[in-house]
Design a protein around this ligand. Structure first.
Ligand SMILES: *Cc1c(COP(=O)(O)O)cnc(C)c1O
Length: 454
């Protein structure tokens, strides 16, 4: 225990030059916790191996470690990274990258005050929904629309508003799990509505819904099977049949679209992704979809449809608990207007999804040439992600990496730990960088990271 005597007094450590820049925060609880944990680590090390060095060496060592941990705590944890996975809407990587123009608008309206809930014309209190409500009405050709925190919240809110205390009829083929513990039956239970399952896993007919309608039926629900695809002997009523049944029996119809596209999808090769506009046109009373999937905007849940039902949703006390803030509204209104203006390329997710294969090929080939023998341009298949267009592949181009002496997992890890981190894809025993999700402006930085990788 002789070595423990070398441990310096705390004050010596606090006065060391390594901590000079942190002097004003060293008495904060988080700093005290860091200091005491570094001291106890050093104490443990010293009891395990006696040679800890001189007291002044120990002082410097402790101060350096405290400074490192303080610096780590003061750095933002949420960081930019380069998505080379090719998955355009990657839930773990923040889903849709946001338009520069939306960020400019966000800065302009959020660094100071705004008319978030203020009617400038009338000089009175206004509603925060108006900023995106009208644009959504125009875009979807619907009567009314509101926005909540995400689509999971939208589903909960709609089921609670229209289904609580009664039965909601849904097909057995649509009891989907979206991931991150979002399951239709669980949300249904929390909403206070009872699930009434009809049909079979692969086939549900309109007559199945019809036969299940009773005195307790509050709502007919349809859920888009976002992240899987059923093929073979399958059947599902058309939107028109579904909406028609509700109208005929005077029961509201609700469709959870998941991604909910608001423009054509032929240009990205995913023609069967359901369109929010089609659902409204077919007469579905209320729909909901995500803001950060194929819409390409911020995290949000959009609820749209007939005014009567949207108004009921808005009056639910839960709506206040699930409402969005000005940051979401600012970004979302920019994205929605980009659709109105027909500027799909202003939305990064759409620009990436629409990038022609030939353009990606040229970029990948030029990049491989600049890097040299470590990279080879190859043709790829990428996925849309974010629970959109399951089972469809978008042709893409990228580079396969090969550094002599470095294994696949080593390359993947070094890329992931670089600054900024690069998230690659491992396929057929190769580390691959898919150019569909790499911004052209990131290529120089990426090249530099790869040049220093080995
Ligand atoms: C993604 C998805 C949700 C959840 O949406 P979030 O915006 O991620 O909360 C709900 N339903 C379906 C069908 C989905 O695809």
């Amino acid at each position: 225990m002789e070595a423990l005597r070398q441990i310096p007094p705390v004050n010596d450590v606090l006065r060391s030059p390594q901590l000079a820049e942190f002097r004003h925060i060293l008495t904060q609880p988080f700093a005290i916790a860091i200091i005491s944990s570094v001291f106890s680590d050093v104490r443990r090390e010293l009891t395990e191996s006696a040679n800890g060095g001189s007291r002044s060496e120990l002082t410097a060592k402790i101060a350096t470690e405290v400074a490192r941990r303080l610096r780590e705590s003061l750095q933002p944890s949420l960081r930019r990274l380069i998505n080379a996975s090719g998955v355009v809407l990657h839930t773990n990587l923040g889903r849709a990258p946001l338009p520069e123009g939306a960020i400019d608008h966000l800065r302009a309206v959020s660094a100071g005050y705004s008319n978030l809930e203020f009617d400038i014309e009338q000089g009175q209190r206004g509603k925060r929904d108006v900023h995106v409500g009208r644009t959504l009405q125009q875009l979807l050709a619907c009567e009314a629309a509101v926005v909540v925190n995400n689509n999971a919240a939208a589903v909960l809110l709609v089921l609670n508003t229209l289904g609580e205390g009664g039965e909601v009829i849904v097909s057995r083929g649509e009891q989907v799990e979206i991931g991150e513990s979002f399951r239709i039956p669980d949300i249904m239970a929390r909403s206070g509505a009872r699930l009434r399952e009809v049909g079979s896993t692969n086939r549900t007919r309109i007559s199945d819904y019809e036969a299940a309608i009773g005195d307790n039926t509050r709502l007919l629900l349809r859920v888009h099977p976002s992240n899987f695809r059923m093929i073979g002997f399958t059947e599902r009523p058309s939107l028109e049949e579904f909406a028609g049944l509700g109208r005929h029996r005077n029961i509201p119809t609700y469709e959870d679209l998941g991604s909910g596209c608001v423009t054509e999808t032929e240009s990205i090769g995913t023609a069967d992704e359901p369109s929010a506009i089609d659902s409204i046109r077919a007469g579905v009373d209320i729909i909901s979809f995500s803001g950060d999937k194929l819409l390409g905007g911020p995290q949000a849940g959009i609820i749209a449809g007939k005014k009567f039902y949207v108004e009921k949703v808005r009056q639910n006390p839960l709506f206040r608990a699930l409402r969005v803030d000005k940051l979401t509204i600012a970004v979302l209104e920019y994205v929605l207007r980009a659709y109105l203006r027909g500027e799909l390329d202003a939305i990064p997710a759409w620009k990436m999804l629409r990038a022609p294969e030939t353009e990606l090929k040229t970029r990948a080939e030029t990049f491989a040439q600049r890097l040299g023998p470590a990279a080879k341009a190859i043709a790829l298949k990428s996925v849309v992600g974010g629970g959109s267009a399951p089972g469809t592949y978008v042709p893409s181009w990228g580079v396969a990496l090969d550094f002599p002496g470095l294994g696949v997992s080593e390359i993947e890890e070094r890329l992931r730990r670089s600054n900024p981190p690069v998230i690659a894809r491992v396929e057929d025993g190769h580390v691959i960088l898919d150019f569909r999700t790499i911004f052209p402006a990131e290529e120089g930085e990426l090249l530099c990271i790869l040049q220093h990788l080995a």
